[in-house]
Ligand binder design. Structure first.
Ligand SMILES: Cc1cc2nc3c(=O)[nH]c(=O)nc-3n(C[C@H](O)[C@H](O)[C@H](O)COP(=O)(O)OP(=O)(O)OC[C@H]3O[C@@H](n4cnc5c(N)ncnc54)[C@H](O)[C@@H]3O)c2cc1C
Length: 382
């Protein structure tokens, strides 16, 4: 399994504590939460207590003030146990938005609650009518006195049903495309005009309460505009999306490692034609290829992470991490399921969950087609 050269004793110890936490608090409940379609609030606050949620939040705002490597460690540990349902990544990405663009008052108001897990966060970009074309969002936030009046709807929102804080992508100037986009922070508790719609019935990610959201004459104070100026939303999204795409790559890596681990266990036990399935040359070659792809992906992601910390990660490279990582994940998980034979299709085997969960990785965070478009745009510049 990959040897991340950036991992020092501190990262390893942190990873050990995340692993223990997931073993103790997540694993005994994973089936129940799959049935419930939700990870309960108590789990979030427990994660907050051990510092996972606020690892990269500055200390003065209730976090640990660590580098993003520690968030990558958490996401890897989550993925290595084969979970994609707990919405840690989206919560974590939200904290980065507030840390990067929030005013001092906004950071003081929201970051401590996000670090403790008292507030669970979501980011609402996608609408029923538009996903890839973010500049075409129709949800509006129009100034009215010292408030914004919000109307519109969002769909496919991870943590949507349980979010206490939503970073909403809305048009403060509906006549413009990118320049009209702003990010508005909503506190959902007792918010008149805000409604959570259906919990969406999905192929995978069953533990996540992915939901539709509706806003009808919702009023929030103007101080909830993220940052100081209107029209900065698209810029803010573009600045943060590389981290989102990189962390999706780390999820792909962890899930692929999990698939390889459970498949090795299976093929060493299962017999056919008087020998272990592991002994067939096809199995050996498939697993050798998977192990190689995992090493390559890890090396590339580690390079991207180093560049991110140095402020040098380009959107194109982050897009490569997202599309190639998710493609590798889907390929590996599919091959690993095949090596389970019919049992791979049964829900009692983890590989089937990994298979169902993997598919969306090529879709969310910007589809893989959009990722390739971004990369090609970079290649097409003079
Ligand atoms: C489980 C799940 C969780 C999600 N979580 C969130 C969340 O927390 N927050 C959030 O805001 N959104 C979330 N999404 C939404 C996700 O980001 C969008 O589904 C995605 O961006 C694609 O948008 P769309 O579904 O509207 O597809 P469309 O944009 O309609 O795309 C349809 C197809 O057309 C292709 N296409 C579109 N434009 C181009 C182009 N220019 N060139 C080539 N091909 C193109 C796409 O690649 C795709 O194959 C989630 C989605 C799912 C399924």
């Amino acid at each position: 399994m990959p040897n991340h050269l950036w991992m020092n004793e501190e990262h390893t110890a942190y990873g050990d504590s995340v692993r223990r936490f997931l073993e103790d608090e997540f694993q005994p409940n994973r089936d129940q939460w799959k049935t419930d379609g939700l990870v309960p609030k108590e789990f979030w606050t427990k994660a907050g207590e051990i510092g996972i949620l606020g690892a990269t939040i500055p200390e003065e705002f209730g976090g640990l003030g660590l580098s993003r490597h520690f968030d990558a460690v958490t996401y890897l540990e989550q993925a290595k146990i084969g979970d994609s349902g707990w919405g840690f990544s989206v919560h974590n990405i939200s904290t980065h938005y507030i840390t990067a663009f929030g005013t001092e008052q906004q950071k003081a108001k929201w970051l401590p609650q996000l670090a403790s897990g008292d507030m669970v966060a979501a980011i609402a970009m996608t609408e029923p009518g538009t996903g890839s074309d973010l500049q075409a969002v129709k949800t509006t936030a129009v100034k009215d006195g010292n408030e914004y009046l919000i109307n519109g709807s969002k769909t496919f929102i991870t943590n949507g049903g349980s979010a206490d804080l939503i970073i909403l992508v809305a048009k403060t100037d509906p006549t413009s495309r990118s320049k009209g986009v702003s990010l508005i922070v909503l506190e959902t508790k007792d918010l008149d005009g805000f409604k959570v719609g259906r919990k969406l019935d999905k192929l995978g990610m069953k533990r996540n309460d992915t939901a539709e959201l509706f806003f009808e004459d919702v009023r929030v104070p103007q101080t909830h505009l993220l940052g100081k100026d209107e029209g900065q939303g698209f810029y803010q999204l573009m600045k943060q999306l590389p981290w989102e795409r990189l962390i999706l790559g780390f999820g792909a890596l962890g899930n692929a490692q999990c698939a390889l681990r459970v498949t090795l266990e299976y093929v060493k036990e299962r017999k056919a034609f008087g020998q272990r399935v592991m002994d067939f040359q096809n199995t050996r070659f498939q697993l050798a290829e998977a192990a190689t792809k995992i090493e390559l992906l890890a090396a590339f992601l580690d390079q991207c992470l180093a560049e991110l910390e140095m402020g040098q990660l380009t959107p194109e490279k982050a897009a490569m991490a997202k599309w190639w990582g998710s493609q590798m994940q889907c390929d590996i998980v599919d091959e690993c399921l095949q090596l389970h034979g019919g049992y791979g299709y049964m829900n009692e085997y983890l590989i089937s969950e990994l298979y169902a969960d993997a598919r969306v990785q090529k879709i969310y965070g910007g589809t893989n087609e959009i990722m390739k478009e971004l990369i090609a745009r970079g290649l097409d510049q003079d």
